[in-house]
Design a protein. Structure first.
Length: 288
């Protein structure tokens, strides 16, 4: 016999529409892959447009309309795009509290940077923000210790942030290797809302490391670079499932590390050649 309270619960459950879905963001974080099959990635080539000398060009590069920024672990150099002349430098040496800047991008006259305590464990990460005009450190947002790994890069979205966390084979926690690196979505208060895994074809190319750089391109796709290969991988959100869809691989004259798109909504990126201490402006091909 069904009791009164059980009947009430049953009525509530049956009253929910069959097609009811949880509320979603008004705009997707990434462009979604069309089709149910795993795509065959395109193989494309990029073109180097300009080369600049910058001794800080070790971890990555960023740019605004008039300057580029070369990023090292605890230093950032500011240079003019017009002639490559050095303008200013921020440094946290000789006793850095900011030990491992991994990447930066420019937004609203601020340089937004991903920092970690790599190679220390437990892994800790923070967001460090700088004034691009004065090159002074403005503020910080500590993410503390996160099971996701070490923060390597992040990008702003309409609803919050898209961020990537790294695990390596030979350093870090012993029970997680490069396969545990992933992309995570957060709201504007840095509360986790979702995420994706990198496809095996991409993690295999980045092994034993992870995605050192990443950015959302003007076409809404995710572009990522590994630690040392001269390649950028183009990804889309899956139609279903937890794995990102690998759309294309772009060959270019860098050796991995972080990069940033130019602010003019073009397909130009700024990236580094860490062995030679160079920042390069590179035009990425359009994805058909």
């Amino acid at each position: 016999m069904i009791k009164a309270w059980q009947f009430s619960m049953l009525f509530v459950l049956l009253s929910v529409p069959v097609d009811a879905t949880p509320p979603m963001a008004s705009e997707p974080v990434l462009r979604q892959h069309e089709g149910d099959t795993v795509p065959v990635p395109l193989m494309l080539d990029a073109k180097t447009l300009a080369v600049y000398e910058a001794p800080e060009a070790d971890q990555g590069a960023a740019a605004d309309a008039e300057h580029f920024y070369a990023i090292d672990n605890s230093m950032i150099g500011k240079y003019r795009l017009a002639d490559g002349a050095a303008v200013a430098r921020w440094s946290d040496l000789p006793t850095p509290a900011i030990e491992h800047l991994n990447s930066c991008y420019v937004d609203a006259a601020l340089l937004w940077c991903a920092n970690s305590n790599y190679p220390a464990v437990p892994m800790g990460s923070s967001i460090e923000i700088f004034d691009t005009k004065t090159m002074e450190h403005r503020t910080t947002r500590s993410l503390g210790m996160m099971e996701e790994g070490s923060l390597t890069w992040f990008a702003a979205t309409d609803t919050g942030f898209l961020a990537s966390f790294a695990h390596y084979d030979r350093r870090g926690v012993p029970y997680k290797d490069h396969r545990y690196s992933s992309v995570v979505t957060f709201d504007k208060q840095w509360r986790r809302t979702g995420g994706w895994l990198f496809p095996e074809a991409v993690t295999g190319r980045m092994a034993p490391y992870a995605a050192s750089g990443g950015a959302i391109g003007p076409d809404g796709r995710l572009y990522i670079s590994g630690h040392d290969r001269p390649e950028i991988y183009v990804l889309e959100a899956p139609a279903r499932g937890p794995y990102l869809a690998h759309i294309a691989t772009i060959s270019l004259e860098i050796e991995g590390q972080a990069f940033s798109f130019a602010p003019d909504n073009s397909r130009t990126i700024y990236a580094v050649d860490r062995k030679l201490g160079l920042v390069k402006a590179i035009a990425l091909p359009k994805i058909p």
